[in-house]
Design a protein around this ligand. Sequence first.
Ligand SMILES: Cc1ncc(COP(=O)(O)O)c(C=O)c1O
Length: 399
Amino acid sequence: MKDPQDSKSQRDATRAITRGRTSFDHHGVVNTPVYHASTILHPDVDAFEERHDPSADRRKVIYGLLGTPTTFDLEEVIADLEGGHDAVLVPSGLAAISVALLSFLRPGDHLLVADTVYPPTRSFCDQHLARLDITVDYYDPLVGGEIVSLITARTRVIFLESPGSFTFEVQDIPAITEVAREHGVTTVLDNTWATPLFFKSFSHGVDVSVHAATKYLSGHSDVVMGAIICAEHAWDNVRRTHRHLGQCVGPDDAYVTLRSIRNLSTRLNAHHKQGLALAQWLAQREEVAQVLHPGLPGHPGHALWQRDFLGASGLFSIVLQRKSREAVLAMVNGMELFRIGASWGGFESLMIPVHPEQYRSATTWDTSRPTLRIHAGLEDLDDLIADLEAGFARLNGKS
Ligand SMILES: Cc1ncc(COP(=O)(O)O)c(C=O)c1O
């Protein structure tokens, strides 16, 4: 039988099923089993020494910390889907960000960070990297190739996140990575929103892609995990730092995440459809001043999104017309299906008020109108719309 992994031309939905199945020796069991492991036993000293030879294939079971068949398969499918050289797993999305940055930065370096990053990324840079004598400057995410004017002789890394957290600005990633390459600067992208399916980091010049696997990769709101995927030239640094910092993930979490990735394409296409349908519906409402969804033609980043992305996930925001806090709370607190929760990417819909102005320094945000972040889950669209209609009635003081 032909090994399905022979085919380089498979599309993503197929690859999500055929990749990361290196271990076909589990009695025919379809899913790679959970390996709970720390100590690994060897039949004799020769075998022990051979297995610990650092020049040998990295995907060898040596010690639980360094991986098991479950984590190796998960790393392989994640790296393959995004078109990267290889990947490592870490205990959270934030750990993916911190380990990736620590892999390249040294005391005295300068780091450029998009102003619209996930707020804990900013805290890590301001509080932790600053202690290591690393200077951090934030840049307007819409800067594009003009980022060249912010690069100094000490700039070692540019950190990107596109679209931006809360406000969904789309970055011109190829323009930024081109400038970075010309100046020998490493680019690290938080690609959590798009996942490896909807944005192919490495064909847009990115060196390192980080993910909160907590979101769509695991996809059921019950796992906290991160992944770092690298271009080949960035791999050694990340792999070494990952080891030095002693990072690994729990075996059961690796198992369920690997299982969830098998249907990532189906789920993500459903989130894409649902998110766009809700965004279009919301754009027609008089209570809504602006829908911050890159998939809508009126969005300022729509052309870049169309050029570079292969889809939209279910996370976007809306800016309401001026309303009192009480009216907004009446709307949000009374939602039945849109639940109040921060971590997105699971199967259910979410809605929270957000305050982007608290987390930016290079750009400003108009605070006169409330902003709500919405996650489009996988419920029935008509039920979600009925929930929103009732919510707007409460916003308007009519219920
Ligand atoms: C864009 C983005 N990156 C990273 C993270 C961090 O992920 P985790 O919660 O797994 O640390 C989040 C979490 O909300 C996020 O939204």
